[in-house]
Ligand binder design. Structure first.
Ligand code: AMP
Length: 358
């Protein structure tokens, strides 16, 4: 168990790191960040922040020298960083990052534990794509295996004709059959150093242009009926990885049951509602797990919750929301509001009756 005043290192400097560092500070820890040059919005709330490349061994050594434990907020941290870092422990474990960095590896890993991904095929050449389109059919989605996020690195393929005209980037890719889903949801769990596992309630996620737009509770029947099965699968995944921290698995709810989409070895955008909507947020419980503290209660404290992402220019007038009851605005402090960029989020709650609201 890390003593108060110990230092937790966070690799990555985005909004997830920012929200982790805020919770780390509340628990009495110093948080020190590390990320390459960029709009590192976590730096404003960290006790210290290193801006250096992932291959800068001297900077990594100086960062690690300050840390009693290290975590990450970004799944594309190169694995070579973990070979360089002299400090143990790193949570979640390296193996989780290794699996989650590759869309094919994560599908195989979860499939090996009984999960059901969409029909898919590895694409390394034009011939692979032609074969996959013939075998799996259209519509489908071609995705880069590595480094895609928020719909980036994805191309919808409506017909075999589309497949002929798509430009292959050269890197490894995956072709997935389009899943006819009724709803999308994620399973977010936290696993402590003692193996204790807790789940937050699964919200209904709505994406626009491949980017999460809203997460809301209650999630509805289609999702509620698939939660038990996906919890069991997510626990198997976490146990198999000897996981410590928050782990997210995303699913499509279909009439034939849950279809696994992808996993993230970190806190997740679809869990931002837990800051106000749960007894203990995903950020607080992640830091508790990394520090070896007992996990907090993950129960939902509201009747209904809606988390809405503020994307691109949506954030411009967000401060007008500050006067609304039980509406919680989070702005990440990003300097430029580019299209498709997550600038902040708003969580609106309605409380259970008798919970002290007048
Ligand atoms: P991903 O980056 O894989 O999470 O994809 C982003 C979003 O695109 C998902 O949350 C879905 O809304 C949509 N999507 C991705 N893959 C598929 C699929 N195989 N079938 C249907 N929709 C998909």
């Amino acid at each position: 168990m890390l003593k108060p005043g110990s230092t937790i290192g966070i690799l990555g400097g985005g909004q997830l790191g920012r929200m982790l560092a805020i919770e780390g500070a509340r628990l009495g820890y110093r948080c020190v960040g590390y990320a390459p040059e960029g709009d590192n919005v976590a730096a404003e709330v960290c006790a210290d922040f290193f801006v250096a490349r992932w291959d800068d061994t001297a900077a990594l050594a100086a960062f690690a020298a300050q840390c009693d434990a290290i975590t990450y907020e970004f799944e594309n941290v190169p694995l070579s960083v973990f070979d360089t870092l002299p400090v143990e422990p790193v949570f979640p474990p390296r193996k989780a990052l290794e699996v989650a960095q590759d869309r094919l590896a994560e599908k195989r890993f979860v499939e090996g534990l009984g999960g059901r991904p969409a029909l898919h095929a590895a694409i390394d050449s034009r011939a692979d794509l032609d074969d996959a389109v013939e075998r799996i059919g259209t519509p489908g989605i071609l995705k880069t295996r590595r480094e895609g996020y928020d719909g980036k690195g994805q191309w919808r393929i409506a017909s075999a004709h589309d497949a002929e005209s798509v430009q292959l980037s050269g890197g490894p890719a995956i072709y997935e059959g389009f899943v006819d889903f009724g709803a999308e949801f994620s399973v977010i769990l936290v696993r402590g150093q003692d193996g204790d596992v807790r789940f937050w309630e699964s919200a209904r996620n709505v994406h626009r242009d491949g980017i999460l737009a809203t997460s809301s509770l209650p999630a509805g029947e289609a999702i509620a009926g698939q939660v038990e099965e996906t919890h069991a699968l997510a626990k198997l995944v976490a146990d198999a990885l000897d996981y410590v921290g928050v782990l997210t698995l995303e699913f499509f709810a279909t009439t034939n049951g849950p279809v696994f989409n992808e996993m993230a070895p970190r806190v997740h955008n679809s869990g931002h509602w837990t800051i106000e909507g749960a007894v203990t947020s995903q950020f607080a419980n992640h830091m508790r797990a990394v520090a070896g503290l007992p996990l907090g209660d993950t129960a939902t404290v509201a009747e209904t919750v809606t988390m809405t992402n503020l994307i691109g220019k949506d954030s411009a007038s967000a401060q007008t929301l500050l006067g609304e009851p039980d509406t919680h605005l989070h702005l990440y402090g990003k300097k430029q509001a580019r299209a498709g960029r997550k600038m902040g989020h708003v969580t609106r709650l309605t409380r259970r009756t008798g919970s002290g609201q007048s």
